[in-house]
Write a protein that binds this ligand. Structure first.
Ligand code: FMN
Length: 182
């Protein structure tokens, strides 16, 4: 089968999908917000660093830069509606965005940011560095605390864990257990 060219002015990045979706939460003073982010990846083992690419137009971006802290929350597939709310409504225009999404706001352990009570896992981060990348900024966080519920306590237990994966826009999928070991 032959390749077809993909338009670089369009959604070329969908060749890198489906992607896990995380929720990035932050607080600065009395302001807080949380957004959906699928452009997220671990980038260093020692020190433990994670990167998320966030557009500087996002309200959460300003909270991260001003506070120097943020949390990455991993939510199950069943929360796709709640995550879509966080990914389409700005904390600039609503207060208590996490509760308005239908999720529970819980205080983080080592940082001032809120975390999501329903999360399967949480990574609490201190801002390590940032790198301008076109219309986004790569935010690198040093992970200072991680906690997880059962399916993510060791290697992911695909039999009981249904990760939230973005196919495109607000269309999502999850994993079916097709595990193989090389
Ligand atoms: C599934 C999904 C994934 C998203 N991924 C990203 C992302 O990786 N980076 C980003 O800057 N925005 C991403 N967005 C958009 C933000 O989540 C969205 O603009 C959000 O409303 C910003 O909220 P805030 O203004 O309260 O920070 C995504 C949206 C959705 C629905």
């Amino acid at each position: 089968m032959s390749w077809a060219s993909v338009d670089l002015k369009g959604k070329w990045y969908y060749v890198l999908y489906p992607r896990p979706v995380v929720v990035v939460s932050a607080r600065y003073g009395d302001s807080e917000s949380a957004l959906a982010a699928s452009w997220c990846m671990p980038v260093s083992l020692n020190p433990p660093l994670v990167a998320v690419s966030i557009a500087p137009t996002r309200y959460t971006y300003n909270l991260i830069i001003n506070s120097g802290e943020f949390a990455i929350n991993i939510l199950d597939y069943k929360y796709y509606r709640e995550v879509s709310y966080l990914g389409t409504v700005s904390g600039r225009s609503v207060s208590n965005k996490i509760e308005k999404a239908g999720l529970t706001r819980v205080q983080a352990k080592k940082i001032k940011a809120p975390v999501i009570g329903e999360a399967t896992a949480v990574l609490e981060c201190k801002l390590h560095s940032k790198l301008a990348a076109g219309d986004h900024v790569i935010i690198v966080g040093e992970v200072v605390e991680v906690y997880a519920r059962k399916p993510l306590q060791n290697i992911p237990d695909i039999k009981s864990y249904k990760p939230l994966l973005q196919v495109a826009g607000l269309t999502y999928t999850t994993c079916k257990d097709e595990t193989v070991k090389a």
